[in-house]
Ligand binder design. Structure first.
Ligand SMILES: Cc1ncc(COP(=O)(O)O)c(C=O)c1O
Length: 386
């Protein structure tokens, strides 16, 4: 591989920090180090920066600043939404609705709650990974207190019909949460358009650092804090605020607010190119997820007859995400592809490519060259063994 770094095609896993974000954060790692609760100049400087960042985050999703609570990232925000709503509303009911393609940070807390007396309905999806709003409506019961369905899926990029589900939830007065970890910075995200009461933000998916996120909580929502202490973040998330990270999240949100269509056009062109090149190079390849109702930067392809991790291990020049791996004959397949009913032979060979701000056309061409040739030789080898 020489000195050249692998081509990064895993922006859905994490993004580099934007230099403008890093620059904005720097003073809060040195000169402005004060505790935001302190009643002196150093404290006031930190408090001011946090509140300015809160305004920027709120603007990015169309809410009021006091409806934003900073957290450590998407996982915490999802746990906070699910458990916080469940604990605060158990006097109204104990039933939660989610889908089979959610991130682990939704599915695990939902499953955990079933050990605490809550009941869970996990809705199926169609072949593209889409949840049916009719299924949501039919699953709702007298005792349903929360519906949580992701905005777009991290593995296949499919966008869920959140507006329609949000209207159903609103009509019936049920709290509705969406995990928008994979949509901020990729498609428009507005809490009123989506009719959501809670929305998860994960900073490192859109050029802020890892370890910072937020939960949007619509005013008037009954929710319990999961982290108690000295009452920071409106009493909903105690702990001394991570000022520099919060400032970084604010800046990343500001950048996203001003460049959404430019960014989505850029990544859409690249994924279209990837699609066309793969389909013409490898007739066997199959796209997973919805062909049009998807975030513009993401494509998930199945390369049948090989194991995804094996293909990527043979292609160290490409940093993408394998959706399956086999060790000692035991294979792990993505729960998302399984829920979509993708046949095992295809699910085993599924790879996600996700692009971002710094991906260029040459990267796409090189990815296709590397993967196509390695796929060909892996298939040939396997046919020999067979
Ligand atoms: C859809 C989705 N939700 C939640 C998360 C978790 O976010 P974080 O890594 O900030 O904990 C991720 C990250 O992979 C994600 O893709």
């Amino acid at each position: 591989m020489g000195d050249k770094l692998p081509i990064y095609a895993d922006y859905n896993a994490s993004t580099p920090v934007d230099p403008a974000v890093a620059e904005e954060m720097l003073p809060y790692l040195s000169k402005h180090f004060g505790n935001a609760s302190s009643k002196h100049w150093y404290g006031y400087k930190s408090r001011e920066a946090i509140e300015l960042a809160r305004i920027k985050v709120a603007k990015c999703i169309g809410c009021n600043p006091h409806e934003i609570v900073f957290t450590s990232g998407g996982t915490e925000s999802n746990n906070f939404a699910v458990k916080g709503i469940a604990y605060a509303n158990r006097h109204h009911g104990n039933h939660i609705i989610t889908s089979s393609v959610e991130h682990g940070s939704i599915l695990q807390p939902c499953q955990y709650l079933t050990t605490q007396g809550f009941e869970l309905t996990v809705l199926p999806v169609d072949e593209y990974g889409i949840v049916s709003p009719d299924d949501v409506r039919n699953a709702i019961r007298e005792d349903t207190i929360l519906i949580t369905i992701m905005h777009a899926n991290n593995e296949v990029g499919t966008i869920e019909p959140i507006e329609i589900i949000g209207d159903i939830a609103k009509e019936l007065g049920i709290y509705f949460h969406t995990d928008a970890a994979q949509t901020i910075g990729k498609i428009p995200v507005n809490v009123d358009d989506l009719s959501v009461d809670l929305l998860t933000i994960a900073g490192h998916k859109f050029y802020a650092p890892k370890g910072i996120g937020a939960l949007y909580i619509r005013e008037g929502t009954e929710i319990d804090a999961l982290i108690g202490g000295n009452g920071q973040e409106f009493g909903l998330r105690s702990g001394t605020e991570a000022v520099a990270l919060i400032v970084g999240l604010g800046k990343a949100c500001q950048l996203v607010t001003g460049s959404l269509s430019e960014m989505s056009n850029h990544t859409y062109k690249l994924t279209q190119r990837l699609y066309e090149l793969f389909v013409s190079d490898i007739p066997l390849v199959k796209l997973n997820g919805h062909p049009t109702e998807r975030v513009p930067n993401t494509l998930n392809f199945s390369f049948p007859g090989v194991v995804a991790l094996d293909l990527l291990t043979k292609s160290p020049e490409v940093a993408a995400m394998p959706l399956s791996e086999c060790n000692d004959g035991a294979c792990k397949i993505s729960h998302v592809l399984k829920a979509m009913g993708i046949p095992e032979n295809y699910a085993l060979g599924a790879i996600r490519f996700s692009f971002g701000k710094w991906t260029v056309e040459d990267d796409v061409d090189d990815i296709v060259d590397f993967i196509s040739s390695r796929y060909g030789s892996l298939l040939e080898k396997q046919q020999h063994i067979a």
